[in-house]
Design a binder for this molecule. Structure first.
Ligand code: IMP
Length: 459
């Protein structure tokens, strides 16, 4: 069977930890979208692993697959594999030949485009990994795929076609001389050819490339268990998120089919677990109706550190939760749980279960709030509007819950769901009722042992 792990919010819900939690029962862990913009953290026996491209199952020795829906930076991939090897792991990663390749010019263009947009305060706040430009090339049918790295002739032909266009874009449209760039080789066909042919050789020598759909279907036919590891989250999905403040792929559950080559029926017949952070964080720009404080450069219209109670609370939660970007180190914007957002996510993904993380971070607060609905033009609405501009007009209607004490969370994890403080359980029951979905797990700390497991979706 399959279990699909999906972020229900804006990314950073703690998906890596949940993949790790249930990963023991999986034989294969497959990513289906995104690239090295992700930052998945797994903590095993106090040792922390931060992964951005290698699927989180690597920590447990599971086969990892980067599906065709992913964009792969081979430099990051091999750096991560080498770093994990140095730490004693032996990652077995297979890469879809249909996956697109992030090239150095994609990163350069990501940076230039963000800089240009910042002149009109409209930058997305990307991770700078070249994700958007790579998916643009995929849709524009000028991308290079992993399979192309295996064939020198095809590689050279494609580079010759595309690099001259990229050079013209940088010089003629953006007015930047390639020779002035930190990495002029990013636009040099010969240099790119040599570097990427070498990646192709390493992929081939290690037998790392697969037809992902066939590979996964064969595994399933053999009775193996497959976990799909979503990266980012529903509200930064290019179709279902708050466009244009989104990533360029489909983190939603449908992406697990298109991004691996398995059919929607395979994904739909399995479990789809929505990962929810007990509050809300956001990296980058865009609206956030339940935001508590502001982050300079990211919160729209916010350009100085303020004071105020909410600011203090935001800072408190950020520090308690370690809410700094795994990939970029940027401070995350912090807000209360946004329930209209979760209703939208539950519908778009068809969650069969939920994992609610970080309830320990909120411990010790007198009061915990949720944005239960929005007020939009004097009307109460219960789901996110489709346009980002209308979402920005939404005023949250808050509901208040009594806070819960800080307790020995490891002991709680061991004792089970009923050991969770009563007020926290009331909060969890509310979330489960609103989304009409059972809670499968509750994260009470960063480590593998610090999760209360109610149900293992593989059983
Ligand atoms: P990109 O994916 O680098 O193009 O960034 C697009 C938007 O998605 C930006 O707002 C990023 O902050 C956000 N984003 C991308 N990856 C992640 C992630 O793994 N967690 C949270 N936000 C992300």
């Amino acid at each position: 069977m399959t279990v699909t792990i999906v972020g229900s919010q804006l990314g950073d819900e703690g998906k890596g930890g949940i993949v790790d939690l249930w990963g023991d029962a999986a034989d294969v862990v497959a990513r289906y979208q995104g690239g090295d913009n992700a930052g998945h953290t797994v903590v095993e026996d106090g040792t922390e692993y931060k992964l951005s491209l290698v699927p989180s199952g690597a920590v447990r020795g599971k086969v990892g697959v980067l599906g065709n829906g992913c964009v792969v930076n081979p430099a990051t991939l091999f750096d991560e594999i080498d770093a994990l090897r140095e730490r004693g792991l032996d990652p077995d990663v297979r890469v879809a030949r249909r996956a697109h390749v992030i090239l150095p010019y994609h990163r350069v263009l990501d940076g230039i485009e963000e800089e240009v947009k910042s002149d009109s305060d409209s930058e997305v706040g990307t991770t700078g990994r070249g994700i958007g430009p790579t998916y643009e090339d995929k849709a524009g049918r000028r991308g290079l795929r992993v399979g192309d790295l295996l064939d020198s002739e095809v590689l050279r032909e494609k580079l010759e076609y595309v690099v001259s266009q990229k050079r013209a874009l940088v010089e003629d449209v953006y007015g930047v001389a390639v020779t002035d760039l930190d990495d002029p080789d990013a636009f040099d066909v010969e240099a790119l050819f040599e570097e990427y042919r070498e990646y192709g050789r390493r992929l081939a020598d290690n037998d790392m490339t697969v037809n992902a759909g066939d590979f996964l279907a064969d595994r399933l036919d053999d009775g193996q268990e497959v976990m799909f590891e979503g990266a980012q989250g529903t509200i930064i999905d290019i179709d279902h998120g708050n466009y244009p403040y989104v990533t360029s792929s489909n983190p939603t559950a449908g992406g697990a089919a298109t991004g691996t080559g398995l059919s929607p029926g395979v994904v739909g017949n399995g479990e789809v677990v929505g990962i929810v952070k007990a509050y809300l964080t956001r990296v980058g720009s865009g609206p956030m109706p339940t935001e508590l404080g502001g982050v300079v450069g990211d919160t729209p219209g916010y350009d100085e550190q303020g004071g105020g109670d909410n600011e203090e609370l935001a800072t408190y939660i950020r520090e308690e939760g370690g809410e700094y970007g795994t990939v970029t180190g940027r401070p995350r914007r912090v807000g209360w749980l946004d329930v209209p957002m979760l209703r939208h996510a539950a519908r778009a993904n068809g969650f069969t279960g939920l994992a609610v993380n970080h309830i320990d971070v909120l411990a010790g607060l007198d009061e915990v709030k949720v944005g239960h609905s929005y007020d939009l033009d004097g009307e109460e609405v219960f789901a996110m509007p489709a346009t980002t501009e209308r979402w920005a007009d939404c005023e949250p209607n808050f509901r208040s819950f009594d806070g819960w004490d800080d307790v020995d969370w490891s002991a709680v994890a061991e004792a089970g769901y009923d050991a969770i403080p009563e007020n926290a359980r009331a909060y969890l029951d509310y979330v489960s009722d609103e989304l009409d979905t059972d809670i499968y797990a509750v994260g009470v700390g960063p480590g593998r042992e610090e999760s209360v497991v109610v149900e293992n979706p593989f059983r």
